[in-house]
Design a binder for this molecule. Structure first.
Ligand code: ZN
Ligand code: ZN
Length: 201
């Protein structure tokens, strides 16, 4: 699970849906179950509601999304908000500056998009510094000759990728894990759940 720190206009539809689902899951984990995650604690519920509202706002602008207008699963509120947004943001900044978080997100997006901008905000409407950031990602990816899979964690593949480990950097490559624990070579992943048609709720 993750929270994207870039402007949500920079996410493609699939990742905006993922962001919305994950903020629901994180809200349950962090606030309901009181399990700290990524520097967020249950006292930061206001911030989690804020990020959720941003995903809904972004969805309203996208054709085919009903999530913004007809939200079937409003985020419950479990606490009297303790920390305001300013406080939470300050604490998160202390852990890792937002400029770094955003730059890392863009690198991960570039890997997942396989070196081609696929955000919803048209490329030419992105602020100049955002374009320059992505240009840097592009040069880095060319230099590396592709995703450096070994730098990232992996997760167990599902469905057609069962028995394989999925690179969590690009999420586009898998390697087989043999019963004796040895690993196969990286190869393009099979079509997975996230490639299939999704209900946009
Ligand atoms: Zn929601
Ligand atoms: Zn990879």
């Amino acid at each position: 699970m993750r929270i994207w720190w870039v402007d949500f206009g920079e996410l493609d539809d699939q990742r905006l849906l993922g962001a919305h689902n994950e903020i629901h899951a994180l809200h349950t984990l962090i606030v309901k179950q009181r399990h700290p995650w990524g520097g967020l604690r249950w006292e930061d519920e206001a911030f989690i509601h804020y990020v959720h509202a941003l995903t809904i706002e972004e969805a309203k602008d996208r054709p085919g999304f009903t999530m913004g207008h007809d939200h079937l699963s409003p985020l419950p509120r479990y606490t009297e908000f303790v920390n305001d947004l300013w406080h939470t943001r300050k604490e998160l900044t202390r852990l890792k500056p937002f400029s770094q978080r955003i730059r890392q997100d863009r690198w991960h997006l570039w890997l997942r998009w396989d070196g081609e901008y696929r955000g919803a905000t048209p490329w030419l409407e992105l602020p100049a510094e955002t374009q320059l950031d992505y240009a840097e990602c592009h040069l880095k990816l060319l230099e590396l000759g592709g995703c450096p899979h070994h730098e990232f964690n992996t997760e167990q593949g599902e469905g057609p990728n069962r028995g394989y480990l999925l690179c969590l950097g690009c999420k586009r490559a898998v390697r087989q894990k043999h019963p004796d624990g040895s690993l196969g070579d990286w190869e393009p992943r099979g079509r997975g759940r996230s490639d299939q048609a999704m209900t946009r709720r």
